[in-house]
Every structure is written in C-alpha cells, then in structure tokens.
Write a protein that binds this ligand. Structure first.
Ligand code: KIV
Ligand code: ZN
Length: 505
C-alpha cells in the first residue's frame, strides 16, 4: 500500500463557529469542546480571536493550557496589536499558531477596507513577518480569495510566503465558488506562485450554496492539504465545512479520496452532541453523519435489505461514528464499580473528585428515573463539566397548572447567598416561571429562544432545555437537563441570566 497523503484537519468551531449569532460560548464550554477536539485527533484548534475581547483572549489562553496534542491557533487581522494579542494568548500552548488575514478581493478592497492593492501587499509583508518573529507557525489567509483577481491573489500569496507564512489559506468567504472552479483556483495558485512549495495550501469554505464540503474535497484533489471545518458545520451564516462529513467521506470513499486524517471517527457523535448542547443549535434530523435519522432505516424495502445484510443500505456503520445502540445500562441498584466501568466504556476517564460528584448525581438521577441510558450519563457529565458556581441558584420551584385557572409559579432563588421568593402567574407554566425569575432578577434581556427536547425516549426522559437571551445585542445561551421539564427550564434560564452577569442590585 502506498503512503497516503495526510489531510490536516483545522477546526474552527471555537472561532468561526462561535461567530454564528447565538452560538456564544463561555470559557468552560470552550475548554470542554477543545478537549474533545484534541482527544478526537484534530490537528489544529482555532481557539478564538484574541483581540476581540478580554473574554476571547482568556479563552484562547486557557484552551492553549489544556490542549495536549493539537496546535492551538488565534486569529488576528493584519494589525500589530491583533498579532501581539494572538501571540500572547497562545504563549501557554505546547504548539501555537498565529493566523493572520486580510481581504484581497476588489469588492472588499474598494468597499470594506478601502485600501489599494499595493497597500494590501505592504500590510501582508508587515503582518506576516511581524507574526513570524513571534511564532514559528504562521498561517496567512486572503479573505474572499475566491472573488479575487488571479494576478493579485498570486502576488499576495507569494508575498505572504516570502514574509514567512507556512500555511496559505484561500477562503471561500462568501460561499460562492463551485467544486470545479475552486479546484482550478488551487491549481492556478500552485502553477503560478513560484515559492508555493514552501507552504501548505489550506481551504476554508462557507456553505451558502450548500457546497462547502464538495468544494473542500475538490480542493484537496487539486493539491490543498489542510481543510478548515467545524463540528456540525457551525459557522457564519449558512456555516462552514462540516468536519464530520469531510472525515467520513474520506474514510468511507477512500478508493475515490485516497487520503488520511488523524481523526478518531468514533468521537464524532460525542463532539456533535456537545457542540449542539452548548450552543443550543439543534442538529437537523436528516443531517449527514450526525443527524438522528442518519442511520435510521424506515422504509419496508430498506429494513428488509438491512435484515438480510447491512451493506445493502448502509455505507458506514453507526459504530464508526461513535453511535451505540441506546442500551439500558443501569438503575438505582448499580454500584460504583459498574458506574466506573460504564464511564470507561463511554470513553470518560474521571479523576477521583469528579467521579465522586458524577456518581452522586447518577444516584440522584436514578432515584427519579428508573432506566438510565448512555445518553443520560453523557448528558449528566456534560452538565457537570459546563456548570460553574453561579451567583444565582435555584432553591426550589413549585408550579400549579392544568385545565382550570391561571398557571402559578412559587419560586425560591438563592441570590448571592440570600434566599428570595416570588409568586407569579403567566400565560402558561413556563411563562409563569420566567415571570418569577424576572421579578427576582430584574433584567432587560429579551428571550430569543426557548427550546425543549428529550435526551432519550420514554415519558420519564430527561428534558434538555435551551434558553437564549439577547441583552442589548449580547447573546447568551443557557442550557440544562432534568427529569422535570420545568426545573430544567428554570435552570437553563438562570444559566443564561448568570452569563449576563452585572445584575441590577
Ligand atoms: O471566511 C473567512 O474568510 C474567514 C477568514 C478569517 C479565514 O473566516
Ligand atoms: Zn470563515
């Protein structure tokens, strides 16, 4: 067997993904996602845009501390203060990268950055060489590359490589290109840029026309060797290239796509669920690879074929993406040993303190729910990992509702150590409850999303609730799970309110 070309997987869930309106993540959540990406074998994790805010800077810095194997990268515009912030933020990483970008298309130069081509070339020289003095691994991106004049794009790429860029990214920023056209662009750059052999070509596609994955695969056919992507295809507007689709296309059709990646595909479902839970962005049922129907066979003819031989209608196994049959695992009689074994099976290796907490929570859950499934345990662990000590905590909640009378909520919150009570009514039980929270914690944030879904089947399933609030343009998401939908709703709302911080006293 000949050695296959390696495709470098660059994940930008924490940067481009977080740019989707409503997908804001806090530090804890970013760390948990970064650890998951690291564990699944992602080569480079773009952890954020360090100059964007103090929170972004700290998140990149903390992610850089915990990531063990992947290179940790920060984005920076072609400006020295951006580059200084990126360099400082990734200092804690074992291996760091600065990713600096500037627009190259005529449209962007004329209307957005108002620079001439000469000025852009000068900015590339300065930003890339400045970055290279701070970090040995520098990626340069020509924003809107797919709508850039060929001559100028080649000049810009040559300039970036001469200044020290080790990776050249040619983004389809507006999701405009097509597979054939993109492959031709990559080929053109490889043919015309004299020093192109000194850098790796990277591609970064947006999915506005639903072509991001096809464009990325066409680009590797033409010689690109790094693909920028996100879990669940999260990202600006219609999103980015979906990591899971790239990885499974290469794995499943290795005859047609003879490359290899470092990704352990059995971690895909776990990563997908985590990102979906944290952001509140539900994965559509029929989404390739990670949708809930991706491995479900409904029609009689398909079921008949599957029973005779799975290969009749299944091109990859559910296990290859980490999907296991939802087995009944344990109940309230299961002990520590069985719980530990189950965690190992699910790929969790917890320290003593975290294990003790998880076991106590598992016992609590088993008291409320007879049948505990794998999904319940994963949800419980994610809940604990994301949870931080909050300024406002739920003390107790009683809801009275039914066919007669107005729903009523009796709520007790612990606000910075003081227990406060509210009795409120509303147009429904959730409305009554949220009115209670608003009464005890006055705020102007608008509710943008209230979403409930069941973690498993059955009427005793845990409810997973997501609440998204818009506080003067700052969007925060809170989520929680509980066997009681209203308790989960209260916890999710409080998680979002806590993220807003700065409560009116
Ligand atoms: O879409 C884009 O062009 C980007 C760049 C910053 C790489 O996200
Ligand atoms: Zn992008």
């Amino acid at each position: 067997m000949t050695k296959k070309d390696k495709i470098i997987i660059f994940d930008t869930t924490l940067r481009d993904g977080e740019q989707s309106p409503g997908a804001t993540m806090n530090m804890n959540e970013k760390i948990l996602i970064a650890q998951t990406l690291d564990k699944m074998g992602v080569d480079i994790i773009e952890a954020g845009f360090a100059i964007a805010s103090k929170g972004d800077f700290e998140a990149v810095n903390e992610v850089a501390k915990v990531v063990k194997d992947a290179v940790v990268c920060s984005l920076a515009r072609a400006k020295r203060p951006d580059i200084d912030a990126a360099s400082e933020a990734i200092k804690t990483a074992k291996n760091g990268r600065i990713h600096t970008f500037i627009s190259t298309s005529e449209i962007h130069l004329k209307y957005q950055i108002k620079m001439t081509e000469e000025e852009v070339l000068e900015a590339i020289r300065d930003s890339v060489s400045y970055s290279r003095n701070l970090c040995g691994d520098v990626e340069w991106s020509g924003m809107d590359a797919t709508r850039t004049r060929d001559d100028f794009l080649c000049k810009a790429v040559e300039t970036a490589i001469n200044a020290g860029a080790t990776t050249i990214n040619l983004p389809d920023t507006v999701g405009y290109t097509t597979p054939t056209e993109y492959a031709e662009l990559i080929q053109m750059v490889r043919n015309r840029v004299p020093n192109i052999d000194k850098a790796i070509i990277s591609v970064h596609c947006h999915d506005d026309l639903g072509l991001a994955v096809a464009n990325s695969l066409a680009a590797i056919g033409a010689g690109a060797r790094q693909i920028e992507c996100t879990i669940n295809g999260l990202g600006e507007r219609a999103g980015n290239t979906a990591l899971e689709e790239i990885v499974m296309a290469i794995k499943t059709r290795n005859d047609a796509l003879p490359y290899e990646t470092n990704i352990d595909s059995t971690q895909i479902i776990r990563a997908s669920k985590l990102v979906s839970t944290i952001t509140g962005f539900v994965v559509q049922n029929n989404k390739a690879i990670v949708g809930s129907n991706a491995f479900a066979h409904e029609s009689g003819i398909h079921q008949d074929g599957m029973l005779k031989n799975a290969s009749t209608y299944e091109i990859m196994t559910p296990e290859s993406v980490g999907l296991h049959k939802s087995e009944l695992v344990m109940g309230k009689h299961s002990g520590r040993h069985a719980f530990k074994k189950k965690l190992e099976e699910l790929g969790f290796n917890l320290g003593d303190n975290v294990f003790a907490q998880a076991f106590a929570d598992f016992k609590d859950l088993a008291d409320k729910k007879k049948e505990i499934y794998d999904e319940d345990i994963i949800a419980l662990l994610d809940n604990n990992a994301i949870k931080v000590v909050e300024a406002i905590e739920l003390e107790s909640l009683q809801i009275i509702c039914g066919s007669d009378g107005k729903p009523q909520s009796n709520l007790e919150l612990n606000i910075k150590g003081r227990v406060e009570k509210a009795e409120t009514t509303g147009d429904g039980p959730v409305d009554a409850l949220f009115n209670g929270i608003k009464k005890l914690v006055p705020h102007g944030a608008k509710l943008e999303l209230y979403q409930v879904h069941a973690v498993t089947g059955g009427t005793d399933a845990q409810a997973e609730v997501t609440v998204r609030l818009n506080n003067d343009g700052r969007i925060v998401t809170g989520n929680s799970r509980n066997t009681d939908t209203l308790v989960a709703s209260a916890l999710a709302y409080l998680a979002a309110v806590n993220k807003i911080g700065g409560l009116k006293e």
